[in-house]
Design a binder for this molecule. Structure first.
Ligand code: ATP
Ligand code: MG
Length: 505
């Protein structure tokens, strides 16, 4: 009789077996994903200090004498916050370890991306990774490490401490990986271009394996305010979260517990809510029975007087920066940008920003050029499944005088303390009704402005055509009329043309 065997695997082993869900599907996607995960970590690291990011990425052949192989060395250097030495091994050698699990708007979410890149490098080349980092204090720490995949632990092979005379602050990550650069190149360059668009305050430098230098210089030093960490909103809580808060709280009554652990609950709201739910304000939260915790959760969801989350925890790009970024890359004839008011889904605040651009460098390709961004990350794969695409396809574009053959680019930016990604590869956003509604409203607004521009342009071009006809035939008519009338001197038609021109504008 066949025997079933049971076993447990570590988180690292899980992602080793299922690397597709993190975007490491094949050598082309893997090299793209590795670059992208590391660039995003560096952008987060610089932004958390509100310093304009300076990021240098170098991809080179691992073996300079044999360029036919598909093994590359990837190096990335930033001027970010740096990693405290005791966290370096786990931050880069332990899957699901990170500093970004807080409700705060950041690119990083899962505690996974950087490790997936290193893990992929390790399983394809068997080489360790090198991490050098300093928080700007007197020392620089350098680690050579590997991931123990079965135990999900970092294996430190070498550790050096260097004197930081220059007080350098930042992080360098370097490792080898297998990849198909020639296939990945267009996507990688597109990624840098779009990253520059939504991070116009960043300096990005990329040196590719052929030694070509791509520089995306910052267009402004101005940076959006860094997002703040927020507390959970009462509409988004569940029993597990309540239990965890009750476990850690130091507050001894329900009123203080609610006020200090939840977003949008102050003195008055706490009082009203406790009255509504018939809970005594002096009750000790640690004394709540299981049934009472479940009831508390239900009541929190039912109470209609909590204000929606405050957007101060979000850091949208803003209409001005979005316009700067897009105009810099596409130089359009017309651009409309619009920032929606903050909204929420499942208790998470989010803001949608939209832009529509026409003409300039935008190609006519029979369909719109679509840019999707989430927390200032460009999303380049799985466009068809993304909520923005769903909204765009369901728009009645004819109403706005827009046809697919027009040179139109549409950009959507969603920022949130939690982006509803559908995979850990962060490639597309789930179709949440609240998010979809905001995108649709934003799109309608910019589409209306484009429509006005197109109508105005149509009038101008019609008048110009009319004027062309007048200026072509009027002199002839004047000549004939002069002959017919038996006169010698043609009348002065310049005055007449001038008045037609004035009428047409
Ligand atoms: N360049 C860097 N500078 C400073 N800290 C970094 C850098 N790269 C990584 N870290 C730290 O290492 C942690 C793990 O990074 P990793 O990319 O694996 O996960 P994450 O960014 O938290 O989430 P995600 O899986 O969504 O990328 C980060 O949370 C951050 O604290
Ligand atoms: Mg990351």
């Amino acid at each position: 009789m066949a025997r079933t065997t049971f076993e447990e695997i570590s988180a690292a082993d899980f992602f080793y077996r299922n690397r597709d869900i993190a975007g490491f599907t094949n050598p082309t996607r893997a090299i793209f994903a590795a670059v992208r995960e590391l660039v995003e970590n560096s952008l987060d690291a610089a932004e958390s200090l509100k310093v304009p990011p300076d990021i240098y990425v170098r991809l080179s052949y691992a073996n300079e004498t044999d360029k036919e192989t598909n093994v590359f060395r990837l190096m990335i250097k930033d001027n970010g916050i740096g990693v405290p030495p005791r966290h370096i091994p786990s931050a880069f050698g332990q899957v699901l370890y990170g500093s970004k699990y807080k409700p705060k708007q950041q690119r990083g979410t899962f505690g996974l991306g950087g490790k997936m890149a290193i893990l992929y490098g390790q399983i394809t080349t068997h080489q360790p990774a090198r991490i050098i980092s300093s928080t700007g204090m007197s020392k620089i720490y350098s680690y050579k490490l590997r991931i123990d995949i079965q135990r999900n632990r970092p294996l430190i092979l070498d550790r050096k401490v260097l004197i930081n005379k220059e007080r350098w602050r930042g992080t360098i990550v370097e490792f080898s990986l297998e990849g198909d650069y020639s296939r990945a190149m267009p996507k990688i360059l597109e990624y840098f271009k779009q990253t520059a668009m939504v991070n116009p305050y960043a300096n990005l430098t990329f040196v590719d394996p052929k030694g070509r230098l791509y520089k995306f210089a910052r267009a402004t030093e101005e940076m959006p305010d860094p997002p703040k960490e927020t507390l959970p909103h009462p509409y988004g809580v569940d029993v597990e979260l309540l239990q965890r808060l009750i476990h850690v709280t130091t507050f001894r009554n329900m009123s203080d517990f609610l006020k200090n652990h939840f977003h949008r609950i102050g003195e008055i709201t706490a009082r009203k809510f406790l009255e509504f739910s018939n809970i005594s304000p002096s009750k000790n939260p640690k004394r709540l029975s299981h049934e009472e915790v479940v009831r508390l959760m239900r009541m929190l969801k039912e109470f209609r007087e909590f204000l929606p989350p405050n957007a101060s925890c979000l850091s949208p790009l803003g209409e001005k920066l979005l316009k700067t970024g897009i105009s810099k890359e596409l130089e359009p004839e017309f651009i409309a940008v619009h920032q929606r008011r903050p909204s929420t889904y499942a208790g998470h605040p989010f803001i949608v920003e939209m832009a529509i651009a026409y003409g300039g460098e935008i190609p006519r390709k029979g369909s719109f050029l679509i840019y999707r961004f989430a927390n200032r990350i460009p999303l380049l794969y799985d466009e068809a499944s993304d909520v923005s695409t769903i909204v765009m396809n369901s728009m009645n574009w004819r109403r706005y005088k827009v046809t697919p053959d027009m040179p139109i680019a549409i950009a959507t930016h969603i920022c949130s303390t939690k982006i509803p990604y559908k995979t850990v590869g962060k490639e597309f956003i789930a179709d949440r009704p609240e998010v979809r509604r905001e995108i649709a409203n934003g799109l309608r607004e910019v589409a209306r402005r484009l429509q006005r521009f197109l109508t105005r342009r149509e009038h101008v071009s019609r008048d110009r055509k009319r004027l062309d006809i007048f200026s072509k035939y009027l002199p002839k008519i004047a000549e004939f009329s002069t002959q017919l009338a038996g006169k010698e001197k043609n009348p002065d038609i310049k005055k007449l043309l001038r008045s037609v021109k004035r009428f047409g504008t």
